[in-house]
Write a protein that binds this ligand. Structure first.
Ligand SMILES: Cc1cc2nc3c(=O)[nH]c(=O)nc-3n(C[C@H](O)[C@H](O)[C@H](O)COP(=O)(O)O)c2cc1C
Length: 270
């Protein structure tokens, strides 16, 4: 059933959508649908990239929370790459067994983990991560909400590639997450939800008006990478693009400016 705040939110979305159509029309950008209008508007936004950073770029968040696990991937896959590609499919039929904490950390680490470091923008110690990102600026961070993981307390965590898994919030969240969207009760059986969070501030300085498009591309690249790693680790997984960002921001205790863009629900096969 739709609540009063749901209908208020839908009304507000409609009015924002109309506002965007009006802005596009004023700028002489007219397309059939709202998605076309937004995509064409975003791809037309350009600025001259600035590779001069007066201070070292910020590649990660610095949170005080307790570090529960190290950042390194403890589990690797022995499957051939093209067998993994063949096996990938959206799976929502999670088994009842929990996944292990080493599998969850390995999933995060093989995607958002640090594979080395380099000099970038004339500054030392720039991280090189397993998944690619625009300008190497690591605009997407990995967070997770733990529902049923062997060896890890339920709650939300930030994956910090330097320090490890940093606790953000403790408590049972599977029901709050699975009821965010009607008809998604299968999500309650997932072991964890990995959330891809954009930090637009990391790309703004270099890319200006192009930053929004690049953050979204970074999230898409990371989501595809994450899904293949999950398959290689023999997890069942499904990408989710429709979870409302306000609710996720609250559950993950995000900072102002950070935006959850996509998620991957993961669970066991057994
Ligand atoms: C960006 C993106 C968003 C998605 N969002 C959802 C979602 O909100 N709910 C869901 O059940 N599946 C979601 N999916 C999974 C698709 O439904 C699935 O990829 C599609 O049906 C094709 O099936 P396959 O992945 O098994 O090839 C999403 C997939 C992508 C790439």
């Amino acid at each position: 059933m739709m609540t009063e705040s749901d209908s208020e939110f839908l009304a507000q979305s409609d009015s924002i959508a109309q506002g965007l159509r009006n802005v596009a029309e004023e700028a002489g950008i007219e397309y059939e649908s709202l998605s076309e209008t937004i995509l064409h508007t975003m791809t037309k936004l350009r600025s001259k990239p600035s590779s001069v950073f007066p201070n070292p770029p910020e590649y990660r968040c610095e949170f005080d929370g307790e570090v529960t696990e190290p950042a390194v991937p403890a589990v690797a896959s022995t499957h051939e790459f093209f067998d993994v590609v063949k096996a990938r499919a959206s799976r929502r039929d999670f088994g009842v067994s929990p996944i292990s904490k080493t599998t969850l950390i390995s999933l995060l680490a093989w995607t958002f983990g640090k594979r080395g470091q380099t000099i970038a923008y004339d500054w030392r110690d720039a991280p090189l991560r397993y998944c690619s990102s625009a300008g190497g600026l690591a605009s997407i961070d990995g967070y997770c909400i733990v529902f049923n993981v062997d060896g890890l307390d339920n709650g939300s965590y930030y994956y910090d590639y330097e320090r490890g898994l940093v606790r953000r919030f403790s408590g049972q969240m599977s029901h709050s997450v699975s009821t965010l969207i009607p008809g998604m009760t299968w999500l309650e059986r997932a072991s964890a939800l990995v959330v891809l969070v954009a930090n637009p501030g990391r790309v703004d300085h270099k890319y200006g008006a192009m930053g929004a498009k690049l953050s979204m591309l970074d999230a898409g690249v990371a989501a595809g990478h994450l899904e293949l790693v999950a398959t290689a680790l023999e997890l069942r997984a499904c990408v989710l693009g429709s979870l409302p960002s306000e609710a996720l921001s609250e559950l993950l205790c995000l900072n102002e400016g950070q935006i959850p863009l996509a998620s991957l629900a993961v669970g066991s096969r057994a």
